[in-house]
Ligand binder design. Structure first.
Ligand SMILES: *Cc1c(COP(=O)(O)O)cnc(C)c1O
Length: 228
């Protein structure tokens, strides 16, 4: 068995184990394979092993991969910082954008989404660790932005995305995720379209599932360490 297939199996097993431990249904947790800085060969290995959703954060590299792989069954998630002059390429080539953090970007994505494609799924990126160098809006800014983007025609806001704090202790990892989960539950009460809470990476997958993640983004533990 190729190591990527092996790693994917292990990751699925971790998701199922964590779901079982914390009373979650594993079918409600989607795995996005984060393939940034990994080769087309590696992505093809993952596709052969059954993975069909991938995340990328360097636009030029991502476009090259998307075009070469050229498979409409594969869903691509953009997870990187978005410059406003790059929104057209993102709107035309991705199924999801997880890193929306301002109205102007959402407006451009909506305007530039080709109408023959389904609406672009977006998540609002929230900075939960209060590290100033990290992207994302504050918890208190979610609701106003959510209301502003909800009127845009060609995007669907599905929920929230966050990167955990640099933290190796499981209890502390959970504590960083918890306020976002509480906010998400509160927002969902009046906004049934919100169904996605994207949190959890290689180092904090279990803590994120314990706190209600419906989507996890795993790079290193599937593809190995990134070059460069
Ligand atoms: C790189 C990256 C990941 C994957 O991180 P790993 O620790 O390699 O699993 C997930 N989410 C975002 C936003 C990333 O940039």
């Amino acid at each position: 068995m190729h190591y990527i297939e092996h790693n994917l199996n292990d990751t699925h097993k971790r998701i199922i184990d964590a779901a079982r431990q914390f009373g979650r249904n594993p079918t409600n947790i989607k795995l996005i394979a984060i393939s940034k800085k990994h080769s087309i060969d590696s992505i093809n290995q993952a596709i052969r092993a059954g993975q069909n959703q991938f995340g990328e954060n360097y636009l030029q590299a991502a476009l090259e991969k998307i075009n070469k792989i050229n498979d409409s069954e594969i869903k691509w998630h953009f997870i990187g910082q978005i410059q406003s002059n790059k929104t057209r390429d993102i709107a035309e080539n991705f199924a999801w954008v997880q890193s929306v953090d301002r109205l102007k970007i959402a407006q451009r994505l909506s305007q530039q989404r080709p109408t023959h494609l389904p609406p672009l799924n977006i998540l609002l990126q929230v900075n939960i660790s209060h590290e100033p160098q990290k992207a994302g809006i504050d918890l208190s800014d979610i609701e106003p932005l959510l209301d502003e983007v909800s009127g845009l025609a060609n995007i669907r806001c599905r929920g929230l995305m966050a990167i955990g704090a640099k933290e190796s202790d499981f209890t502390k990892q959970r504590a960083w995720f918890r306020p976002l989960k509480e906010k998400f539950d509160q927002l969902k009460q009046h906004r049934p379209a919100l169904d996605t809470l994207s949190m959890g990476m290689s180092g904090d997958l279990e803590a994120a599932i314990a706190e209600g993640a419906t989507m996890v983004r795993i790079g290193t533990d599937i593809f190995g360490h990134r070059q460069g």
